[in-house]
Design a protein around this ligand. Structure first.
Ligand SMILES: [Zn+2]
Length: 379
């Protein structure tokens, strides 16, 4: 067959720009919502953003209740508490505000308000999406970081005791009706968080571009996202109030998540256990593993790697070196050892990494032994 059957979709409405938060009332009005559960975390409350969102909603005659009990690595209790808050408020819409965790939990709260099965039965790894119907309350997402792209994603990640791991729950019905991208909401992010989350966005774009599969639209979006990261991440880190750099990184993060519907790669499989086992920031884990993965993938997709090298750093001798230079420029460490990972940790990390699904779309197939080597090269 010359052209195998594929599906391409880009349906989220995205409103972008400085002060975009002020448009929130237009969206709740268009949806016809009257009572909002604002899902966020303690950090979003602390910097005053939860309060801003509540005021914008109230000015639009939407009664808002703020729910901030979302952990950095979300667990089942965050979802069940959120469902209880949604019911006690009589909410008819979820407005999720924050980084990846509140945006993910918002989707899962929405799901569980109408879906009776225990959360583990919706696990994407066992085909749980088949149980998810369109009967889910509307969701609006408002990111305050520029990394995960969860604002346009269709999955939520939660650690469940029943599965013993980070569990991905995926369905097109979990997508936001509107994503409101306001660069002003990201200026309070400290430099290191900006650098780490920005590297997550960069990794999404690069892994999506290199992933197996026929998706020229995702490829184009990924390449443009890589360029935005390479150009603007250093400035966003060094001058946090620069709205041009902040806006560019918000676009890149959103574009990374749009592009990775094509798939991710082995870097994400290496990164996930570093977070679940070692509590490492997800973006940082990607930043530390990405160079070794690029050298590994070079054997399979040299032309694509070369194209990315030219975008990331024209002067670098290899893509991996270009990434190392960028990583240093934004102040991130140069290896896993700097974060306390030792050789003795690697066997267990590799056991978990090989179970992770992301590497299945990596352009070069990857064994557990390869993963051990990649961790060693990333130390
Ligand atoms: Zn990621």
């Amino acid at each position: 067959m010359a052209n195998s059957l594929v599906t391409w979709s880009f349906p989220t409405k995205i409103v972008f720009g400085d002060g975009a938060l002020a448009t929130l009332g237009d969206h709740t009005r268009a949806i016809g919502a009257k009572r909002a559960l604002v899902v966020c975390d303690a950090g979003v409350v602390k910097v005053g953003i939860a309060d801003k969102v509540r005021k914008v909603l109230e000015a639009a005659n939407v009664a808002a209740m703020v729910f901030d009990k979302v952990d950095p690595n979300p667990v089942l209790r965050n979802v069940t508490d959120g469902v209880a808050a949604f019911r006690s408020h009589g909410a008819d819409i979820i407005v999720s505000v924050g980084g990846g965790s509140p945006l993910d939990v918002g989707k899962l709260i929405a799901l569980k308000t109408t879906h009776e099965r225990p959360l583990e039965e919706y696990d994407d790894a066992i085909g749980g999406d088949a149980h998810i119907t369109s009967n889910v309350p509307p969701i609006i997402t408002i990111p305050t970081t520029a990394g995960t792209g969860s604002e346009v994603g269709r999955s939520g990640v939660v650690t469940l005791e029943a599965t013993g791991r980070k569990t991905v729950i995926f369905s097109p019905y979990l997508m936001a009706r509107v994503a409101v991208l306001d660069p002003e909401l990201t200026v309070s992010m400290p430099p290191r968080v900006t650098a780490a989350t920005g590297f997550d966005a960069l990794t999404h774009c690069i892994e999506a571009y290199l992933a197996l599969g026929d998706h020229p639209m995702a490829d184009g979006i990924a390449l443009q996202g890589i360029e935005l990261c390479a150009k603007h991440l250093p400035r966003a880190v060094e001058a946090g109030a620069d709205l041009v750099a902040r806006g560019a990184m918000m676009k890149a993060a959103m574009m990374g998540a749009v592009a990775f519907q094509k798939g991710l790669g082995v870097c994400h499989s290496l990164a996930h256990p570093l977070s679940s086992e070692k509590n490492m920031h997800h973006g940082l884990a990607n930043a530390l593993c990405l160079p070794a993965v690029m050298d590994f993938n070079n054997a399979a997709v040299p032309d694509r790697i070369e194209r990315v090298r030219r975008i990331v750093d024209m002067t670098a001798t290899s893509l991996s070196n270009g990434i190392r230079t960028l990583r240093e420029k934004v102040g991130l460490p140069n290896g896993l050892a700097a974060e306390g990972i030792t050789k003795a940790d690697i066997p267990k990390l590799a056991d978990k990494a090989i179970e992770d699904a992301c590497h299945r779309s990596n352009p070069r197939s990857c064994t557990r032994d390869d993963m051990v080597k990649l961790y060693e090269l990333s130390l």
